[in-house]
Design a binder for this molecule. Structure first.
Ligand code: NAD
Length: 255
């Protein structure tokens, strides 16, 4: 499908994991894609992959507000007028699950990347979308932020809850300018990093017991998430805003 021809997409934290699959998918759909990520080695690996051949990369640590602002300004002045923003950078950052083991620093780190960095990015990107009268914002929420988590902590759950609630408010405020804002909320997606985290925090039997409760009886794949992001990012999703889409094989459902 070439639904995004003529559109420019910015995807944060996307040299690896879910974001990389989203970048490949939107590029395949003919969007001009820019990825920002802090990891130079991951950028080098990703840029060598055939499905990332047309993707532009910029290296920046999004926890550094000034560096982030400078990078986003440079991207804009290089002629990338962002139509589609995927706020993907985030995660539990290997902080403890146990509430009493989570320090202020763990909370700051997780809220900083999942929420503050996304807010700063939105503050930089939304004015252009508003001026041009068009935008698709897709935030990465999580099953954790919707229903709680079996292996990450309250800091991550709260951060994803914040991004999910903010999605509704941005949809309210920017809908009149042709900008939609939605969130994709994945369950555990078996990337190498998540497989490692699960191994650390759950036995094989516990993991199997969880899989047995998932209606579709399998773990999530990065392509499952990329397809959901592409749905919200397409022109034709213009009447859909303020929605949280679960991508979890039915592990969590709400009516
Ligand atoms: N993987 C899952 O199972 C899962 C489930 C639900 C939600 N999510 C959400 O999806 C998003 C992506 O998750 P993932 O598992 O692919 O992430 P990940 O940990 O694999 O990281 C993806 C990328 O983010 C980059 N990154 C990390 N810190 C950064 C920073 N300070 N500045 C710039 N780039 C930075 C990393 O270098 C990496 O390339 C996150 O928001 C996460 O919370 C993931």
């Amino acid at each position: 499908m070439k639904r995004m021809s003529g559109r420019t997409a910015l995807i944060t934290g996307a040299a690896e994991g879910l974001g990389k699959a989203v970048a490949a998918r939107l590029s395949e759909e003919s969007a001009r894609v820019v990825v920002i990520d802090r990891d130079a080695a991951a950028i080098k690996r990703a840029s060598a992959e055939p499905d990332m051949a047309d993707v532009t990369f910029r290296q920046v640590d999004m926890m550094d507000g000034d560096a982030l602002a400078a990078t986003l300004a440079e991207i804009e002045s290089a002629g990338f007028d962002v139509d589609i923003l995927v706020n993907n950078a985030g995660g539990s950052l290997h902080t403890p699950r146990d509430f009493f083991e989570e320090t202020d620093a763990h909370w700051d780190q997780v809220m900083g990347l999942n929420v503050t960095a996304a807010v700063r990015t939105l503050r930089m990107i939304l004015p252009g979308m508003k001026r041009r009268g068009y935008g698709r914002i897709v935030n990465l929420g999580s099953k954790a932020g919707r229903y709680g988590s079996l292996f990450t902590g309250a800091n991550y759950v709260a951060a994803k809850g914040a991004i999910q609630s903010m999605t509704l408010q941005l949809a309210q405020e920017f809908g009149p300018y042709g900008i939609t804002c939605n969130a994709v909320c994945p369950g555990a997606i078996h990337t190498p990093r998540v497989i490692g985290l699960l191994k650390e925090r759950m036995t094989d039997d516990e993991q199997q017991a969880v899989l047995d409760t998932i209606p579709v009886r399998r773990a999530g794949r990065v392509e499952d998430v990329a397809a959901a992001v592409a749905f919200f990012a397409a022109d034709e999703a213009g009447f859909i805003t303020g929605q949280l889409m679960d991508v979890n094989g039915g592990q969590g459902m709400s009516s």
